[in-house]
Every structure is written in structure tokens, then in C-alpha cells.
Write a protein that binds this ligand. Sequence first.
Ligand code: ATP
Ligand code: MG
Length: 769
Amino acid sequence: EKNTLTKLLAQLNAAQRDAVEFCDGPSLVIAGAGSGKTRVLTYKIAYLLEQGLPPYYILALTFTNKAAKEMKSRVSDLVGEKKARQVWMGTFHSIFSRILRNEAESIGFDSNFTIFDASDSHNLVRLIIKDMKLDDKVYRPGSVHHCISMAKNSLITPAMYEQNAEIREYDRKIKQPLIFEIYRRYQERLRAANSMDFDDLLMFTNILFRDHPDILENYRNRFQYILVDEYQDTNFAQHLIVKQLAEVHHRVFVVGDDAQSIYSFRGANIDNILKFKSSYPEAQVFKLEQNYRSTQNIVNAANSLIKKNVGQISKNVFSKQEEGEKIEVISAFSDFEEGVIIANKIARMRVEDHVSYGNFAILYRTNAQSRIFEESLRKKNIPYRIYGGLSFYQRKEIKDIIGYFRLIINPQDEEAFRRIINYPARGIGDVTVNKISDAAQIHNTGMWEVLSDPLRYDLNVNSGTLKKLSDFRALIRHFIDQNEKLNAFELAQEVIKKTGIAGETYQDMTPEGMSRAENIQELLNAMNIFVAQRQEEGNDDIRLSDFLQEVSLLTDQDTDGNSDLERVTLMTVHSAKGLEFDHVFVAGLEEDLFPVAMAKNEMRGLEEERRLFYVAITRAKKTCTLTYAKSRFRNGRLSSTQKSRFLSDIDHTFLSSESDAIFVAHAEREDGFWGSLRRKREEDTVNRSQTPLYNFQNEKLSPVTQTSSGSLSKEADELCKGDIIEHERFGRGVVSEIESAGSDKRAFVDFDSVGRKQLLLKFAKFKIV
Ligand code: ATP
Ligand code: MG
């Protein structure tokens, strides 16, 4: 055992080791990017475990699910999977939703409560604004929800909000004096629907601890060590949870970098880290200075940039890695060319330098920028994955199906109820839905209750409608019954079939319809994999609620749980926090884009944008390429741009002289396809924001088309034992068995990459080779 400890510590430098070994009280590591903060935190968990601290006494909090997952796998490499799995490790939201489910009854919720995501919350706010007959141009749902969210993050309940003169005065000033009332109703509606939004997970944890000292005591005693990564981005609600839990043992270890604080728009409070010592007077502070991630050029460039911020703790960060290539700045003729240039460079580096796709990341400031890169990558057959705005679970067809899932698990869920009561269309119109909603309000009950017994609640609808309602209710009841017997994946198939979603979607041969069908198949794939993975872990009773719990915690930073080494990563800079890639492209370095227009008027805003740029550059290990476009389509119009001021913030000795990409772009234009595309694009600038740039199906150019569902099912019919297939996700495999259960034909396939998998042939995406 002593041996293991020595081995662990040998993989750290002296300063890191000190931070790991100090266990007597609160401590803080404050240090620049890439200096090993997350590594220290991970090793500290391993160190504690090796010292004999039982894993379930350790609480480790990360910012994203992805970070939690990576940490789990690191710890499990160090101390074995069994121990690692028992550590309480996850995001604030996931850990505390778990605790809230355990303790739901003490705060008046049912343990099956639904978690609203941002767009559910928006919808509810919108509804309330409508109910209150307010002008939604004045009370814009997004900004009202933001106010509510900020209030919650500061632990201001509706009652406190109403009584707070200062806030009310401010609301009057911005001509939205009724936000307090919207907030109150919003909170009531959530509770009536046995639901919480994301911010509630933190607020109710605090309320739970405030109102139930015995429960707090219990968790306080349990968590003997609390560790928090990315502490600079915690908000007040999170800070307070940690502080209360640490009260008994005082062993709290946080790491962070004030220069990477980028979430103030969500209520993150940089003071939590800056004033850590006043919260914990006996705290020990550690500094780390050596960057192990990046080349000297990248570290120096990033240092020179962040020096331009006034409000910053000055830090000495150096790298002993090789000097490396200078940071390349490329200007493109247009946003479109920017996409082409990056795709070309990736393709070239892959061939010439043997870099696999998984080592590239393209980072951008706003979600909307991703589409251009998707297109340019697809054109070159470069596989990619997106985190962020196009988040899979945000797509309408997926949300509709998830709506069914939610209602099955929690029939009180009104948001889900409204979403699907007439989807697919079954002749239950808005008028009827409003009547149900009114009846529910009058009788102080839920919509599902009214649906279950319309006559009792005097629902004034004709007999035809009554029949439709009772059919709908029977359908949901049927699923609720099935939920007792079927696993998550089986039930999902049932839902998609019985509701008519399958029929409707799979018959729609428009490109949009096909893409919807692909998304639905992908959902089933995901569920199939989810069930299979849990089964592999020896847990064979995987219910819809398990899947839903997993999905409801996926934030837009964590779209897809499957790690995939052979894909280029596309993400916003915000979601790249804490991650690292060999080769990073930061795109769109233009005024009003990065920095965003809104931030420019305010020094604090500008400094936060600069920190964001600092985060972007410091993700790179080997090369960092900065690009901007001289013209860009925005809001449906082509406008010329100015390059970002941040480019001149970087000391020019670390930049390679700017290459002008017009030449490259010109060469591309010689190519007939790009040429015509370009012309087409210039012609329909107006429609561009609504319609896809070009239509893959019609152009017959994209490999995506050739592997779309139609041609695949034919292959599925012919599949025999012994065939070798190429599966879209798992790669090459040999068919070891084929099994028919009714119309559901399955194959058992031994894949080189992942071992044996069961494929449901009508959904599986593969070709026979
Ligand atoms: P960020 O601020 O971006 O979150 P960080 O401070 O958390 O960065 P890490 O991600 O922990 O930094 O470390 C950056 C990289 O350097 C990782 O690949 C890590 O494994 C490596 N690293 C850190 N310390 C050492 C060390 N002592 N020896 C070898 N590699 C190290
Ligand atoms: Mg980190």
C-alpha cells in the first residue's frame, strides 16, 4: 500500500504533491490553465482512497457530466473500478438531484419529480405571461426566466423577491414590475407538476438543509472530504451547499483559476474563489506554475493575452514542453471559406502528420457558427461530433418522444402533457387543452386528473372530443402498465410504434423527415446502448425512469456520452472548459462575434470575453490556429467584418505572420461544386437563415445520403451468419447469430472495437462488406 502511495505521488511535481498531501483542513489551489489542477484533484481522491478513506465518504463535484466521467475513469485507473464507482462524483446538479430524490418527501415533492430543462422552463414562463395577459414584448420569456434563474442562484425565493424593495425598484425601472408575480406562479406551477428546474436542484438542496437540520447533519457527517473542480464558476447556491456540508469535518479542497471565470452570466461569482480565505480562515493556499499541457508558444501567447485584463490575480505560468509552432492566424474571405479552410487543414494534417480526427477541436463563440463547419466537414467526409446548441435532446422530435416518457413516469408533468396531448395530431385542439387547464385550475388539481375524470370536473366538451380524450388516456395508461414489464428500450419502441410517431415519421421522405427519422433511430440506439451497458454492468432491470434520469441531466455541454476517438470535436468555447486537444482551431475572431457585441460596452463584459478567449487558446496542446472571416452572413445578410481586437492583444512574437487564405479559397472555387454552391449561396441570401445551405439528398454528394435508411433495410434482409459488416458506430464485426422475434430481427455481432453487441436490424446502421 505504501508502495502505491509513493507511486501516486511520484507522478506529481513538488507543488502538486504538497496540495495532495495536505489533508488537515480546507485548502485551495489557484493556478493557471493546464497546470494540473484537475490532475491534483483526481490524484487526491486516489490518495485518500489509498489511505483507507471509504469511497462513499468522498464527495467530488465537477462542472460537466463529461468532466465527471473523465475523472471517474482516471480515478478508476489509479485505484480500481470498484472503489472509484462508490465515490460520490458528479456535477452539482446530478449529485444533488440524487439527494433530493432520496429526501423528496421532506420538502413536499414526490421522488419521481421531473427535471425541466431550459426550454421547458421558457415554455412555462411564456405560458404564465400569456395567462397573466402581459405583453410578451415587454416581458420577454427568455429574459424573465433569466431573472428568475439569477434569483434562484442567489437563493432568493418568490416571497423574498416580493419583499425585496431594491429588486422590486429595479424591476419597476426596467418596466417589468410584475416579475415577482410571474416567479411566484412559475414556482407554483412547477410544484403542482411535481417538477423542478435546473436552478431548483440547487435552491431546494439549500432549502432542504435549512429546514431539516437532521438531514443536513446526516450528509455533513457522511462527507468527510469534499472536492470541487472549476471553483471559479460556482454560484452562491453552490458555495453555500459546500460550506454547509463542510461544517463538521472542515475538509474541503477546491481548485480553480480566476482567469477562467466565464459563467458570470449564469450567476457564477468569482468572489467565491477570491474570498475563499474569508469563508475558511484557516485555509491553506497552493499555487501551481508549471503548465504541462501546451507548448511554450501557446502558454506565452495566452499569458500575454490575459495580462490585458486589469482585474486578474497575476500568475506566473511557464511550460517546459517544446517551444512548438507559432500560433497561426488565418483570415478567410468569408465565413463559408473559413469552414473550408479549417476542414482542408484538418484533412491535410491527418494525412501528412498522421493525426487522428479525435485530436482536433474547432471552438467557436456562438452555437450558430457550428453549421458552417458541419457542412464543410461533411463535404470532406470528416466525421465530427457537436456539443452545444444542436444538442441532440433539444431537437423537436426527440423532445416529443421524451415528452411521452416523462408523462409515463410522472403523469402530473404538465409541460409534457401539453407537448404531446395532440402529437401526433389526434384532433385535440388548443381550445380543449385550455379547457382542461382551466378546469384544473378551478378545481385546484392537475390536468391529468381532469383527463382521468372529465365529467367530475365539468369539462365542457362534446362527445367526440370526450372519446378522443379517453383514447389518449387509455394510450398513456397502457404505457404505464407496460412500464412494469418492459425495459427502457423495449418500452421506447412500443411508444414510438403505438403513438403513430413511427408511421408518421418514417413515411415522410422529405429531407427533414428523413433527418427526423434518423434522429429517432439514434434515440433508440442510445437507449439500446444504455440498457446494454447497464446490463453489462450486471444490472438487468433498466427502466424508463433510469434513462430519463440520465437524459434530464444532460446539459448542452454533454450531448453524447459515447467517446469517439475518430471524430473532430465541434463546440462552443464555454463547453470546452477543462478539456484539452492536440490541435485547436478558434474560429470567428471578429468584432461583435468574439467579443460578442453585447460585451463590448462594459469593461467587465469585455474582460470576461477575454478570459473566454484565454480558455480557448489554452485548450491546445500542440498547435493553435486562430481564424476570422472578412465577411459573414448574419441575420440573413452578408456583412463585412472587422477582425477581433483580441488578436492584437496577443504578443506578436508568438504569432506566425498572418496568412491570407483568399488564395486557398480561390483554388476551392475552381472546383465546380463549390463554385455553383457559392453562386447559389449568393443568390439566396435572404432565405438562407431559414433553409439549409444546400440539400444533401438532392445533390447526391454526401455519403450521409448513401447510408440513409432506405438502402439499409434491404441489406438487413440479406444478412447471414458469418457475414462481415461495417457498422456506423462500432466499425467492423462478424455476425455470429441471427434471431427473429416476430418482425424484429436481431443479429449478434462480434465487433473488433467493442466486442459482442446485439443489433436490432430495422434500426441498425451498417453495410455488408
Ligand atoms: P484547466 O485550467 O484547463 O482546467 P488544469 O489546471 O486542470 O487545466 P490538468 O487538466 O489537470 O490542468 O492538466 C493539464 C495536462 O497536464 C493534463 O494532460 C495532465 O495530465 C498533465 N499534467 C499535469 N501535471 C502533470 C505532471 N506533474 N506530470 C505529467 N503531466 C501532468
Ligand atoms: Mg481542470
